[in-house]
Ligand binder design. Structure first.
Ligand SMILES: C[SH](C)CC(=O)O
Length: 267
């Protein structure tokens, strides 16, 4: 066919995000399972990945990235997941709220909010797009809360106000988690909590909850994406509840690329 192989066209590179992310471990495993010997996974950050995506997409050039839903990039660009016949990336994943041991006794009101915290892809997406359009995360979060009082009222249903109790949430700079953490910060502050949010890498995020130095994380992607962390810290955290279902991770490419499966990368 004379057409250059996909691998050659992207110099056998997959453009990833921060090295501790579960999708990065899954992609290293995919490189092994699909015998993508010449391929390498390039780590960086979520922001660097989406900047590379924009650069390639604007010129209709090939690029392969580590993608996930919810993410604003799927509404901004025409993207598709590569089929994963070996199931390396798992199926429908869920986002869990993970709390330190003792949180329920120390802060029963906050615990109950996290238990009742549930929203959809579209809710989180609205906050992410607002941020992507230049709004500050805390303003985008407040905008969403103002528009969704009834949904927030479900989260705080039956929860008493508190008087300045301190809470610390940890998160990673993934667009989805920046959105959820900023919304939850405002909801808990509205109940009277003094909330600090701290941006760390994925490993330190789980470690902080497991060692009790943070109260909760809102980005427990399970059962597959964060399986390594969940196993490593087994017994040292409490899975408080699922805030979102049917989320997904996988290798992602622009629709204009004529490949459909991870198997196609072997050529
Ligand atoms: C980047 S996804 C939100 C989560 C993960 O891959 O760890």
């Amino acid at each position: 066919s004379g057409s250059e192989s996909v691998g050659k066209s992207v110099k056998y590179k997959i453009t990833g995000i921060d090295p501790g992310a579960g999708i990065m471990q899954a992609t290293e495993e995919a490189i092994k399972e699909y015998e993508l010997d010449k391929w390498e996974l390039v780590s960086g950050s979520g922001a660097a990945m989406t900047a590379s995506l924009k650069k390639a997409y604007d010129k209709k050039e090939p690029i392969i990235i580590t993608g996930w839903n919810p993410h604003w990039m799927f509404s901004k660009y025409d993207l598709k997941y590569l089929d994963d016949p070996k199931g390396v990336y798992g199926g429908a994943e869920e986002i869990h709220s993970i709390g330190r041991l003792g949180l329920k006794d120390d802060h029963p009101e906050a615990y109950k909010v996290l238990q009742q915290f549930k929203w959809e892809d579209a809710d989180m997406g609205a906050v992410m797009v607002d941020i992507q359009d230049g709004e500050k995360p805390e303003v985008a979060a407040q905008n969403w809360i103002n528009e969704n009082k009834e949904k927030v009222a479900e989260w705080t249903n039956g929860v008493n106000k508190v008087n300045g109790d301190k809470l610390k949430l940890v998160y990673v700079a993934w667009d989805s988690t920046i959105a959820s953490t900023n919304v939850m910060k405002l909801v808990l502050e509205d109940l009277g909590y003094d909330v600090a949010i701290s941006q760390v890498e994925a490993g330190p995020m789980w470690t902080a909850v497991a060692d009790g130095s943070a109260d909760a994380l809102l980005a427990g992607w399970l059962p597959v994406t964060h399986q390594t962390y969940a196993e490593k810290f087994e017994g040292k955290y409490e899975d408080i509840g699922t805030s979102m279902e049917n989320v997904k991770i996988g290798l992602t490419v622009p629709e204009y690329m004529d490949i459909d499966s991870i198997e196609d990368l072997k050529e």
